[in-house]
Design a protein around this ligand. Structure first.
Ligand SMILES: Cc1ncc(COP(=O)(O)O)c(C=O)c1O
Length: 396
């Protein structure tokens, strides 16, 4: 039989999706499953975006330019200006989701065996993109006790080697919900400049920041023009995960020129989805105000309910729509499977994402789960109740 690549063998399974067969089996047993595991918001896509797809007058769905339609990129640049980020359309490449923006970025700035430092826990697919690109993730551990704040900058400095090409942060964070402060971004900027590295910020949750705290983007930080790369996406911002549109943004012309070659190799981002995404930029502010209010309510309810359970520790998130909870169990992978296979409470059960997959250090995060608060408050209360009842009977 022909042999599969080592890269393929080492490619990690998604910790979020790997439990899907267990959930399907639970359904077949007649159980109702509350999904706390996946970042698919239940929020409606803005009407302007839906209408744009319904009413387009294309006669041929042709390729667009590899960097994305110019009209769309001009409007994206205006969006950034409204967010105090001064970029022009030529600093932007439209991609097939933030996922492709990450792949193009890794491909453009790193060679085989180069290193990228990432505070963990981190968005699990960073592991997959690193393996696909042949580069090594060097984790720096952030802690639940500190709410997953930026680890001390000396911890980063200790890990920098001649192979280090970049530091990657997710702000606000998936899976932590942590929002980096301006001060933390400034600390990172200083070390980035000192060692002449790239700073990649995955800012796909930029709008989802709470408690009156403002998001501070790496491209608002003066002096980082040559170093900063933003990863962005319409998936969560407009609840348009299936549109598959994202973008990468940088003032570094050499980087953009290089990433464009990757974009040319895959020809074009999706044309119809660019029409929807361009229209989404006209979404009224009231949409975001309502969405934010909803997420704040959900977060508060979720945290309050979780904190009532004995032995559960939870970090309070200021952004995105995730939180990490520590459970009084040894291994949440086993616990999550058991919830689906062997547990029910009033014929209901719950699906959670074991957090070990969000770490690259083996053995860390084994007793943690990630919860996405993408369900309404009533469902969240039921889901946490199921967790509480399950923890009473679960035996490691
Ligand atoms: C932190 C983060 N970055 C990037 C992505 C990729 O999203 P997409 O490819 O849908 O834009 C996601 C999706 O969940 C995410 O959570």
């Amino acid at each position: 039989m022909p042999i599969i690549s080592n890269k393929g063998i080492n490619m990690p399974e998604s910790p979020i999706r790997k439990l899907v067969p267990y959930a399907e089996a639970a359904h077949k047993q007649g159980k109702n499953v509350y999904y706390l595991n996946i970042g698919q918001p239940d929020i409606k896509t803005p009407q302007v975006a839906l209408d744009a797809v319904k009413n387009h007058n294309l006669e041929t769905i042709a390729y667009s330019r590899s960097e994305g339609s110019e009209a769309y990129r001009v409007k994206i640049a205006e969006y950034y200006k409204r967010n105090s980020i001064n970029v022009s359309h030529s600093d932007i490449i439209v991609t097939t989701g933030g996922s492709e923006a990450l792949l193009f970025t890794f491909g453009s700035i790193m060679d085989k065996d180069d290193e990228i430092i990432i505070p963990e826990p981190f968005y699990a697919n960073y592991n997959g993109f690193s393996i696909a690109s042949g580069v090594n993730v060097v984790p720096v551990i952030s802690k639940i006790e500190d709410n997953f704040a930026l680890p001390a900058i000396e911890e980063f400095e200790k890990l920098i080697t001649p192979k280090t090409k970049a530091i990657l942060i997710c702000n606000p964070g998936n899976p932590t919900g942590y929002l980096y402060s301006k001060e933390e971004i400034k600390q990172l900027a200083a070390i980035i400049k000192k060692h002449d590295l790239f700073l990649i910020a995955d800012e796909v949750y930029r709008e989802f920041v709470y408690d009156g705290i403002e998001h501070y983007s790496i491209l608002q930080e003066p002096g980082l023009e040559e170093n900063a790369i933003i990863i962005d996406s319409v998936s969560k911002r407009y609840s348009m995960c299936g549109a598959r549109i994202g973008y990468l943004v940088s003032k570094n012309k050499e980087f953009i020129k290089t990433a464009l070659k990757f974009a040319q190799a895959r020809l074009s981002p999706p044309t119809l989805a660019q029409i929807a995404s361009e229209a989404a930029l006209d979404t009224p502010q009231s949409y975001f105000d309502d969405v934010k209010e909803e997420y704040v309510k959900r977060r508060n309810t979720l945290i309050t309910e979780l904190e009532k359970i004995e032995g559960v520790k939870v970090a309070k998130p200021n952004g995105a729509f995730y939180c990490i909870a520590e459970l009084p169990v040894k291994n949440t992978d086993d616990f999550a499977k058991w919830l689906l296979e062997s547990f029910e409470y009033n014929n209901d059960t719950v699906m959670v994402a074991p957090a070990a997959g969000f770490y690259s250090t083996p053995g860390v995060g084994l007793n943690q789960i990630r919860i996405a608060y993408v369900l309404n408050e009533e469902s969240l209360i039921i889901a946490v109740k199921i967790l509480e009842e399950a923890l009473k009977v679960y035996k490691d």
